[in-house]
Design a protein around this ligand. Structure first.
Ligand code: UTP
Length: 475
């Protein structure tokens, strides 16, 4: 039985914050549900809710763009001159040593809802490889295994889920026997959630006894790593660097010695990879320096005149797009949490399933409310030092956001084939091509066959001649 006092104090709390609708179905629900609902309500961040409603939900805050934005320095994908070539070579050595010593962990954020993709289940379980239909999780696991074998190291894998997909994700890992990895080296943990609001600032109910919540954004990873014990686990293992990526990018190069090495040589705390934007308005965040600090400004917030500003040679001034690939120091995450930190909260207008005042479940056809989230790149200005390394889009960035069209399953599969074809061609093999220059064959390279382009030349004797229409799996 829920104590009467507890109910009364919750009613009072809700009234003070104009959220009494959360108990609208109290009379319809049983004792266990009542207890859960009260627990849920108590767990909300009441100190913040009024501010969120006033400043983020009822109105969209004007973008807070600092004056005097400058483009940041960055390391180009290929070194420009001899001193830089020497530094890259040194960085590769440093990165290789650190990976071999087990000081680098893999960390994928997989807590998102993947609403645009519409795949039923955690996104990591999406079959994506062009021939074998390997899932995203399997592709990452194979890469981690190949790195462990190559470097004779233990490279632990941390996977962030959310309360909305944690059980399902855990089950998928179990059913797939952790994709051949040692289950003791795979650490699944959950991020936090934030409540969903209607446009008037009322928190929505998903069921009569459940608040509508969504994961607190990939920025939630920095707290969740700490609170889940993942950071402690890393410390016990001697992990110092966290290689962060998004679950929807199968082209990720998880353990990149160059990136790790440059980050360490420059004594950085949180670093990023970038690609050159395809145009001024590509929908990726923009790396900028503001008040001497590195920031990522969302594409929707960067004023048009800055987005279109060009250098005398015609290139974009703000050309560096953020692709959500980072190296983060374990101690940086520790220190942030020890001293207490809060990332800015952003609003997103979304379609949010809810129950109406009559208790009917509604699946809205158009956006009906606001979700709140934090972004991991908002931690960049908190880092004392940060480097940016350019990478090539076709090598490392295939975001699988949508079911069809741009950034979709189809475009990702094609990019996987294109990259495989490029790797073989660079090693001197002939690839049949169509009139539009795309490969006239399907090639899939397993991470165990080649982790990087440079691995292919040593394997040429294992690759058959490729004819138009061939389907070639290299493992
Ligand atoms: P997206 O911003 O693409 O969001 O996440 P999403 O939830 O996957 O997809 P939509 O917007 O609903 O269609 C980028 C990465 O950040 C992770 C996602 O799992 C993905 O790897 N993410 C996002 C989280 O881990 N937690 C979150 O709260 C949000």
């Amino acid at each position: 039985m829920v104590a009467r006092k507890s109910l009364q104090s919750t009613e009072k709390l809700l009234k003070e914050h104009s959220q009494s609708q959360l108990l609208a179905f109290w009379d319809d629900i049983g004792p266990d549900q009542r207890r859960d609902l009260l627990g849920w309500i108590e767990g909300l961040s009441w100190a913040d809710i009024d501010y969120w409603v006033a400043d983020l939900v009822k109105k969209a805050p004007a973008p807070d763009i600092p004056a005097g934005l400058d483009p940041p320095p960055f390391y180009p994908a290929k070194p420009h001159d001899e001193p830089q070539r020497a530094k890259y070579a040194q960085a590769v050595e440093v990165g290789t040593e650190l990976i071999s010593a087990g000081k680098v962990a893999a960390f994928v954020v997989a807590g998102g809802q993947g609403t645009r993709l519409g795949f039923p289940g955690p996104k990591g379980d999406l079959p994506i490889s062009p021939l074998k239909n390997k899932t995203l999780f399997q592709i990452f696991a194979e890469q981690i295994r190949a790195v462990c074998e190559r470097f004779r190291a233990v490279c632990p894998w941390y996977v962030m889920t959310s309360p909305l997909n944690h059980d399902q994700t855990t089950e998928i890992f179990r059913e797939n026997h952790y994709y051949g990895l040692d289950s003791g080296d795979v650490f699944l943990f959950q991020q936090g959630t934030l409540p969903n609001f209607d446009f008037e600032g009322r928190i929505l109910l998903e069921k009569k006894d459940e608040i509508a919540c969504s994961p607190d954004g990939h920025g939630g990873s920095l707290k969740a790593l700490y609170e889940s014990g993942a950071i402690d686990d890393m410390q016990r293992r001697g992990v110092e660097y966290i290689s962060y990526w998004q679950v929807d990018n199968p082209l990720i190069n998880i353990f990149d010695p160059l990136f790790i090495g440059l980050h360490v040589l420059d004594k950085a705390q949180m670093s990023s990879k970038t690609i050159e934007k395809s145009g001024p308005f590509e929908k990726v965040g923009n790396f900028c320096i503001a008040d001497g600090k590195l920031n990522v400004i969302e594409y929707s917030d960067l004023p048009d005149e800055l987005a279109e500003k060009r250098n005398p040679d015609g290139s974009l001034v703000f050309k560096l797009g953020s692709i959500a690939i980072h190296i983060i120091n374990r101690t940086f995450v520790e220190k942030l949490n020890e001293k207490g930190f809060a990332l800015p909260i952003h609003r997103a207008v979304k379609k949010i399933p809810y129950i109406d005042a009559q208790g009917n479940s509604i699946k809205p056809e158009k956006p009906n409310g606001i979700k709140l989230e934090t972004f991991v790149f908002d931690a960049l200005p908190l880092a004392s030092t940060s480097i940016i390394l350019e990478t090539i889009r076709s090598e490392e960035f295939a975001p699988t956001k949508n079911a069809t069209g741009i950034d979709s399953v189809e475009t990702t599969k094609q990019m996987m084939i294109d990259r495989a074809a490029d790797w073989l061609e660079s090693a001197g093999l002939e690839i049949p091509r169509k009139a539009d220059d795309s490969p006239d064959c399907i090639i899939e390279i397993a991470p165990g066959f080649a982790l990087w382009k440079e691995d292919v030349p040593a394997k040429l004797d294992k690759i058959p001649p490729i004819k138009p229409g061939d389907k070639i799996y290299l493992a």
